[in-house]
Design a protein around this ligand. Structure first.
Ligand SMILES: Cc1cc2nc3c(=O)[nH]c(=O)nc-3n(C[C@H](O)[C@H](O)[C@H](O)COP(=O)(O)O)c2cc1C
Length: 333
């Protein structure tokens, strides 16, 4: 069975990628993922705020004077603020192993010098950069166009300092997501990762408190990214990676049929451990066997509508049919 795929111009032994999260945070965990057969790994994000903190700290140290470094660090509010950016580069070096590309993740929301860190990631050995643009335009006066331009500007800044491929991980919340995807490709995106996971903000009416947190996903959340991957497959030349709701081998297969080049998972690995990579790959191989198909390449995008073909089942016609069907199924007797 040939599971090999190409993602961002990189050769992967299979399409299963461990996405950014705690499972890729240490070289040991990455080793276990590699042993389980993973195709590539995306390291957890290095955040714009962490890079800025490092730059601020270096600047303050320079002001105090390099000769009194030890003493100078004791004046700083947070002497450890710069540890993670430097450790990150070290993690890239230690995570690198033959045949398993390591993708570094840079996460921010404004234009600025922090994007230059992509170059340091490349120099440390990253095979590609995943640029997570996590921008929450909370100001009701920001026009949509300005919010969208910000994505293009940040991507352009990163592209200008690296030669390795750059994927953009983003949210579906644009007035026209397809147009945004095409604009990012035009601005140089080598791939798109659909989608970013939003922090879940909630209100507890009992305690009158607002909570923020990150919950693990469920497979039902895969329908939106899967639909967009299918929609965009015929329109984009750049790679498409699926991220959200992969729990079983069927979820992997469905994303491939929609047209994903790579299928990523975080929640399932946190729930079941790195060995779940083998379960998913064995399941995918068994499914391909059952269907009499010899390679992943033969099924990629099989169910993606061609760019120039009207798909009545997917538009409003399909919507009306689905409402009628659901009304029949769920009507009280
Ligand atoms: C605990 C946790 C930490 C995460 N950290 C990051 C991160 O640092 N950078 C990032 O781009 N995505 C991060 N993610 C999002 C995942 O990479 C992934 O996109 C998301 O969880 C959806 O995939 P899943 O349904 O397989 O979990 C994190 C997710 C979880 C659950």
């Amino acid at each position: 069975m040939n599971l090999a795929t190409r993602y961002l111009g990189l050769d992967l032994r299979n399409p299963l990628v461990a996405s950014a999260g705690p499972m890729t945070q240490t070289a040991d965990r990455i080793e276990r993922l590699a042993e389980a057969g993973v195709g590539a790994v995306v390291l957890p994000s290095l955040f714009e705020e962490q890079i800025r903190a490092e730059a601020d700290r270096d600047e303050r140290l320079a002001e105090v004077g390099i000769d009194s470094f030890g003493e100078a660090t004791s004046y700083l509010v947070d002497p450890d603020a710069s540890v993670w950016p430097r450790q990150y580069l070290d993690l890239i070096e230690r995570a690198t192993r033959p045949g398993i590309p390591v993708i570094a993740s840079l996460n921010g929301s404004t234009s600025g010098g922090w994007t230059d860190y992509a170059r340091a990631m490349q120099d440390a050995g990253a095979s590609a950069i995943e640029l997570n643009i996590y921008y929450l335009p909370g100001d009701p006066l920001i026009p949509g166009q300005d919010a969208e331009q910000r994505y293009v500007d940040i991507l352009s800044a990163v592209k200008s300092v690296v030669s390795v491929p750059v994927a953009v991980k983003l949210t579906p919340y644009f007035s026209s997501f397809g147009d945004m995807a095409l604009r990012l490709e035009k601005a140089g995106a080598d791939g798109l990762v659909l989608f970013n996971r939003f922090m879940q903000t909630d209100i507890d009416p009992d305690t009158f408190t607002i909570s923020t947190g990150f919950k693990l996903s469920s497979p039902t959340e895969a329908t939106l990214p899967r639909s967009w991957i299918a929609r965009l497959r015929g329109q984009l030349r750049s790679s498409l990676a699926a991220s959200t709701g992969v729990e079983t081998a069927d979820d992997v297969a469905a994303y491939l049929l929609a047209g994903a080049d790579a299928v990523m998972t975080t929640s399932a690995l946190l729930r079941h451990g790195p060995g779940h990579v083998t379960v998913l790959l064995d399941g995918l191989t068994a499914w391909l066997d059952r269907k009499g198909i010899g390679s992943v390449n033969e099924i990629r995008g099989l169910l993606a509508p061609a760019a120039d073909t009207p798909q009545p089942g997917l538009g409003r016609y399909g919507y009306l049919a689905a409402v009628e069907q659901a009304t029949r199924s769920f009507s009280p007797r």
